[in-house]
Design a binder for this molecule. Structure first.
Ligand code: PMP
Ligand code: GLN
Length: 392
């Protein structure tokens, strides 16, 4: 990537996010956008009505620094209800501008310059940039698909070797974007054991906590000895299909929350006053909402998966998230970036090359990510275009 003038050395190489680039390509070419991860329908009407009511009520000035009390209580209730986590709404919850700010504020607050942050490679794109902004060093541990099952896993010895006196944090995302992996209890036990052994804090990005199709979501903070050394991060964007509202949160011990709030208050200070009460309504929706949400997305996963298979792709079915990965090497392709740049013209569809999420130079070269959080007719139309282009 060319050097950008003015940009400091820490951020050289980060360029424009792949999501902005691919959504712009979709807009320019009129292709169906299965690249950037966002749903093409709104979330629950009672949640959007709550935001509109809040604006009408005049909740339009700065909300309290840690988030409104009502939302903090709703987050604490949610952690108890779904994950049996007992959380103090006043001292252990911080509302942020999306999960993105929670991650950035955590890294900025907890890392010294030169510290190492362990991540599973590939990672969501903001991790490497936020680690760089904090002056820390990224220490990747590779996730690779099992050749038989397509399930992503890692080498426990590689994870163990990544921990050292230089390790400040491990930043873990489950369910995992872009691979769709849901970390197993055994894998999380090993992470917890290493965190305890090396006195390392874990930061878990759980934005897809309600999108698990295989296995079950297990917050790392619920494992023995981990509540006091884990920052659990999530947001309302995915769970309630309002990705533009950017209401996120961090849950951790009062000491960790105090540290993270110190950084957060100088990033955005606060955000989304009328959206905070609305996300509180969402968090308190009945089980029927959550059950329907995951059932609906499972159907979409299966629909897109079968269309991609019909088009000739090798599909790695995700256990969670709303992304499906395909391996294009079976189509005789060797470069996901070139493939995705040509895909609008070739098939009228936009996807994201998983390569851009990797630190490893070659591991993700032939992996391509499609988002299935779209209306069924959109998935069918995209699938048909891919079938016509590749299997016609
Ligand atoms: N983490 C992961 C794994 C994501 O996929 C995303 C994208 N939504 C985010 C964090 C960012 O979440 P938010 O929009 O709440 O900042
Ligand atoms: N999380 C979404 C994705 O992975 C996109 C978020 C963004 O555009 N930054 O596609």
């Amino acid at each position: 990537m060319p050097r950008l003038p003015h940009l400091n050395a820490r951020l050289q190489g980060f360029g424009t996010t792949i999501f902005a680039e691919m959504s712009a390509l979709a807009a320019k070419t009129g292709a169906i956008n299965l690249g950037q991860g966002f749903p093409d329908t709104d979330g629950p009407a009672e949640v959007s009505a709550a935001a509109i009511e809040a604006i009408g009520r005049g909740e339009n000035q700065y909300p309290p620094g840690p988030g409104t009390a009502d939302l903090r209580h709703a987050i604490a209730e949610h952690q108890q209800r779904f994950w049996s986590m007992t959380v103090d709404a006043d001292t252990e919850v911080l509302v942020t501008a999306g999960a993105t700010e929670a991650i950035a504020a955590t890294l900025l607050a907890l890392c010294e310059v030169g510290d190492e942050v362990i991540v599973f490679d590939p990672t969501y794109d903001s991790y490497a940039a936020s680690i760089a902004m904090a002056g820390a060093k990224i220490r990747p541990v590779l996730l690779s698909p099992d050749p038989e099952t397509g399930r992503y896993g890692f080498d426990p010895a590689e994870l163990r070797a990544a921990f050292s006196a230089r390790t400040r944090l491990i930043l873990l995302n489950t369910p995992h974007n872009p691979t769709g992996k849901v970390f197993t209890p055994g894998e999380l036990e090993l992470v917890a054991e290493l965190c305890r052994e090396h006195d390392v804090v874990a930061v878990t990005d759980e934005v897809y906590e309600h999108l698990v199709f295989e296995g079950a979501h297990l917050p790392l903070a619920t494992l023995p000895g981990m509540a006091e050394r884990t920052v659990t991060i999530s947001s309302g964007g995915k769970t309630f299909s309002f990705t533009g509202w950017k209401i996120g949160w961090a849950v951790a011990s009062p000491q960790l929350i105090n540290a993270i709030r110190t950084a957060k208050q100088f990033l955005t200070f606060v955000n989304g006053a009328p959206f905070q009460p609305a996300i509180a309504v969402g968090l308190r929706l009945g089980d029927d909402y959550y059950d329907r949400f995951v059932a609906d997305l499972r159907t979409k996963r299966d629909l897109l998966g079968s269309l991609l298979i019909d088009a000739g792709f090798t599909v790695l079915a995700p256990e969670g998230t709303y992304f499906t990965t395909v391996d294009i090497s079976s189509m005789g392709e060797s470069d996901g970036i070139g493939f995705c740049l040509g895909l609008p013209e070739r098939a009228g569809v936009v996807a994201v090359p998983s390569q851009v999420f990797y630190q490893h130079p070659t591991a993700g070269r032939t992996m391509v990510r499609f988002c299935f959080a779209k209306r069924d007719e959109v998935l069918r139309a995209a699938g048909q275009r891919l079938i016509d282009a590749f299997a016609g």
